[in-house]
Ligand binder design. Structure first.
Ligand code: ADP
Ligand code: MG
Length: 238
């Protein structure tokens, strides 16, 4: 059974079909990237999985159970966005601890979990820093730690590196992938950046107008594009 199974997911905005009978299975520990131009439906698909948008048709199965009707907080899904959205008036520690407090985890367990997360993101000296005292890359690592702290079954990342400048973005790509592998974190990563998709992913799904038009390993997609759209879109990679 797949960790996550997206079945026939369809969404309209008015007369526009934004997600068109879309299917995707993601295996445990896999890093799958949705790659496509702006407006093709990447964010909307993540929002449907997370329960932040309502779909018209289809099902989202997590370990074989349909979670489509569950509240976002009950879905076992974590999300990281392009803008870090940390609480500006809280320290790094409190930002990471926030969701755990909400889930009424005991204080000792919270400390232990936050300590682990701070090790994972390698910011041991920033525990008591406030977001404005951190670089963009550091803030995004804290946002990642905050989402990971709840140990979601699936992590959704919506262009998490896009707001960062080129050099930090390259470093964080490697770092993010290392963390993901180390934790075996099942991940759907969204980007419009071909290089990011091809260098980071186990599998790439190329999206166009609400559909996955090709799915495969980065090598398959790069060497054997199935449509002219994919060929042209990937062709920008150098
Ligand atoms: P992507 O993340 O791939 O850039 P989105 O999922 O944000 O694409 O958007 C897909 C399509 O849905 C776009 O045409 C966008 O204009 C439209 N859309 C997204 N959100 C809304 C909304 N709240 N109301 C109406 N249309 C929307
Ligand atoms: Mg988007």
């Amino acid at each position: 059974m797949s960790r996550l199974s997206i079945q026939n997911v369809t969404k309209y905005f008015g007369a526009d079909t934004v997600l068109d009978h879309l299917n995707l299975d993601v295996e445990k520990g896999e890093f799958v990237t949705l790659l496509g131009p702006s407006g093709c439906g990447k964010s909307t698909l993540l929002r449907c999985i997370a329960g932040l948008a309502v779909m018209e048709e289809g099902a989202i199965m997590l370990e074989g159970r349909d979670i489509s009707a569950d509240l976002p907080k009950d879905r076992g899904v974590g999300m990281v966005f392009q803008s870090y959205e940390l609480f500006p008036n809280m320290t790094v520690y409190d930002n990471i601890a926030f969701g755990l407090k909400m889930h009424k985890m005991p204080k000792d367990a919270i400390r232990k979990r936050v300590d682990e997360m701070i090790q994972v993101i390698d910011l041991p000296n920033k525990m008591n820093a406030y977001p404005h005292e951190l670089s963009g890359g550091q803030q995004q690592r804290v946002a990642l730690a905050r989402s990971m702290a709840n140990q979601p079954k699936v992590m959704l990342m919506d262009e998490p590196l896009s707001a960062l400048d080129a050099k930090i973005r390259r470093n964080l790509r490697v770092e993010l992938r290392n963390i993901q592998k180390k934790l075996g974190m099942t991940t759907i990563f969204v980007t419009h950046d071909q290089e990011e998709a091809l260098t980071m992913s186990d599998r790439v799904c190329v999206m166009y107008k609400g559909k996955i038009v090709q799915m495969g390993t980065p090598e398959e997609i790069y060497t054997n594009p199935k449509t002219e759209f994919v060929a042209r879109f990937i062709g920008n990679y150098n």
